[in-house]
Each structure stands twice: as C-alpha cells, then as structure tokens.
Design a protein around this ligand. Structure first.
Ligand code: 5RP
Length: 216
C-alpha cells in the first residue's frame, strides 16, 4: 500500500513547473510528494501548506511556506484522498485537515489528487464522511446530520483541528449525489466544512501503481 502511495506521490512531481508556488495537502501519500518536492526545492518559489504536519515536513526540507493571502491564486494543488469516485469527487479529511485543504483546492487552477488503488470506489460513503464543526455546535450538527441524511455522526474524540474545531465522522452514507449532499450539509449552522470535494472535484487523479495511472 505505501509503495502505491510513494509511486503516486512521486509521479505528481511531473505537474510542478519552474518558479511555481505549490499548494500542498496532508497525509501519508502527500508525505511522499513533499519528499520529492524537497529534491527540487531550488526550482520552486515555495509552498502553501494545508496543515501544521505538512508545514513541519516542508520546513525541514528547506521549502519556504507562503501565506495564501499573499500568493493569490495557485497554479497547482497536490493532495491525497480517502475515497475517489469515477467523476473525481472525493471524500477527504481522514487527517482532519479538510478545511484548509478545501480552501487551497478552491484557490488552485489544477488539483492533482494522489491515491493508492484502494481509494477508488463507485459510490462514495464507505469511508465515514468527516465534517469539521465549531465546538459549541457539535451536538446540534450531529442531530441535524442524522435527521437530514440518516447517516450516523460519530465525534472523533480527542481530535482538535488546526483551526481549533472538532470533527464528526458520518457513517452509513451512500452518496449518490455528492454535489447535493455537500451543499445540504454546508447549510447547517456550526458546520465549518464538509469533507466532500464534489462541487470542486480533482482535475487529475494519479493512482499509484507500476506504472501510475493518470485519470482526467
Ligand atoms: C487529510 C486528508 C488526506 O488526504 C486523506 O486522509 C488521505 O490520507 P493518506 O494519504 O494518509 O491515505 O484528507 O485530511
């Protein structure tokens, strides 16, 4: 599995062009991409990072961290996913970094998603859907999600996001219309962001393997 992740992460380097500011996601697959980025660090202008975890790794490799407010739109974002459907809609947030990931995805011209083959599904929802919530709204949002979707929200106890919020993981969903569900859950007061990347899906998916597969 980690060999597939490595192959996907290293393949994504082909999308990096000289002088770019690169948006960088979070997770074990992205860690391979960051290692590869470190090897070409003199060719890039820096990175916008989606988490403290990725920031630490980028800094260790001598890559400058830039503020999205200062860079403006980015040419490229590379990130992993927990599930990916045939339309390149994703479930993300297994690493609790979904909100910053979503912001960077939105700001980027090209979103390259790097996954191992086990992440490919026909219908999203086997992986519990992460939802970041404001702490005081945890129970309210949980009840609303149950009423609106029938899914079972489970509080990811002990986890506080980089933004100081909590995560609910919604089990037992079968997401046949990811765009509609993303819109619906985004309307609940107290929801910061939903780990469905459907309105803005990936543009390119790299599935790690020998050779890696590129889906557009
Ligand atoms: C973090 C994420 C990750 O991209 C997702 O959890 C996949 O992680 P990994 O590459 O470790 O399997 O969304 O919030």
């Amino acid at each position: 599995m980690s060999e597939s992740k490595r192959l996907a992460g290293e393949k994504a380097i082909e999308f990096v062009e000289d002088g770019m500011v690169v948006g960088v996601g979070t997770g074990s697959t992205v860690a391979y991409f960051i290692d590869a980025l470190g090897r070409i660090r003199d060719r890039i202008a820096g990175a916008v990072s989606s988490s403290e975890q990725s920031t630490q790794q980028l800094r260790r490799l001598g890559i400058e961290i830039l503020d999205l407010n200062a860079t403006g739109p980015l040419p490229l974002y590379v990130d992993g996913a927990d599930e990916c459907d045939p339309r390149r809609c994703l479930i993300k947030g297994g690493g609790a970094a979904l909100t910053r990931e979503k912001i960077i995805a939105e700001a980027s011209e090209t979103f390259v998603c790097i996954i191992d083959p086990a992440k490919q599904v026909d219908v999203l929802g086997r992986f519990p859907l992460p939802v970041e919530v404001i702490p005081m709204a945890r129970s309210l949002v949980g009840r609303e999600i149950l009423a609106r979707t029938g899914g079972q929200p489970v509080w990811r106890e002990g986890v506080v996001t980089d933004n100081g919020n909590l995560v609910l993981d919604v089990h037992n969903l079968r997401i046949t219309d990811p765009v509609a569900l993303e819109r619906e859950l985004n309307q609940i007061p107290g929801v910061v962001s939903v780990g469905l990347f459907a309105r803005r899906p990936a543009d390119v998916v790299i599935v790690g393997g020998q050779p890696p597969q590129i889906l557009r």
